[in-house]
Design a protein around this ligand. Structure first.
Ligand code: MG
Length: 274
């Protein structure tokens, strides 16, 4: 049974009731623009840019994702890494070299502080990916400095920021030190129940993982965990994940995803069977 319950266009959320093995639950599907809404003129076709964050905010997507790395002089930059333009971020300083680099759209490589200056201008949720660093010491420092930056900008708030990471260590640290925040593990190699035992309260798994383990979606949600999926850009896969009832969809095609969710709300889209 699938039944539309309500719709909030501004927040791009649709409430769907799905029956899983006799267990019916209500939840919402949110759109996350992967590395910002970059595939548009405003976003400058430039991922992880302030322009792409601004475009995500202006288009009122629920969330906007970005990647952060720590430089040799302990500055957090918004960049996928580990290299940018051939330079290893962890081995180069922001002050002497990285700040001179520009993105495709001409912006300087943003620091997290510069990025947060834009974030605070609108309510779009920041999906902050803390990239794996060289060792746990550097991951610990980067996480602490990111938390400091969020506090300094007034967005140390579970309603404004969620954390994602491929680093099991970082997710464990956030679970221990910042348990009120949504904290989604990315690597796809641990069952939700095992993460839950450690206090990690979410998964953000690759499409292939959730396609092969759709039971993990229910397992996670039954444990009160959130489920995000990355990064799906084609209609078939997005529709499949809508049908499986994930909580968030991370995509480079947020407009398409929004439209597919709206079609579902209007019952124009047949929801794929599991
Ligand atoms: Mg990322």
């Amino acid at each position: 049974m699938k039944k539309i319950l309500s719709f909030s266009g501004a927040a791009l959320l649709v409430a769907v009731t799905l029956a899983f093995s006799g267990c019916t639950r209500e939840h919402k599907i949110a759109v996350v623009a992967h590395t910002g809404f970059w595939k548009c003129e405003q976003g400058g076709e430039t991922s992880n840019s302030i322009a792409s964050l601004t475009a995500a905010q202006d288009n009122a997507f629920w969330g906007s994702e970005c990647d952060i790395n720590l430089t040799a002089d302990d500055v957090i930059v918004v960049a996928h890494g580990p290299k940018y333009k051939g330079m290893l971020l962890r081995e180069n300083t922001y002050a002497d070299s990285l700040k001179l680099l520009t993105l495709k759209n001409g912006e300087p490589v943003p620091t997290l502080d510069q990025y947060l200056d834009q974030l605070v201008k609108a309510k779009t949720v920041l999906v902050l990916e803390l990239k794996k660093q060289l060792n746990e010491e550097r991951e610990n420092l980067m996480t602490d400095k990111a938390i400091e930056a969020l506090k300094a900008h007034g967005v140390y708030d579970p309603k404004r920021v969620i954390f994602i990471s491929f680093s099991h260590f970082i997710c464990q640290k956030i679970a221990k030190e910042h348990p009120a925040f949504t904290n989604q593990y990315l690597s796809g190699d641990i069952a939700p129940a095992d993460l839950k035992k450690e206090g990690i309260n979410g998964i953000d798994y690759n499409y292939k993982v959730l396609h092969e383990h759709p039971e993990w979606i229910k397992e996670a949600q039954d444990l009160g965990m959130s489920v995000n999926v990355w990064t799906i850009d084609d209609e078939e896969k997005i529709s499949e994940m809508i049908g499986l009832g994930v909580d968030q969809i991370t995509t480079n095609e947020p407009l398409l995803t929004r439209e597919l969710i709206r079609k579902l709300e209007k019952k124009e889209l047949p929801v794929p069977k599991k």
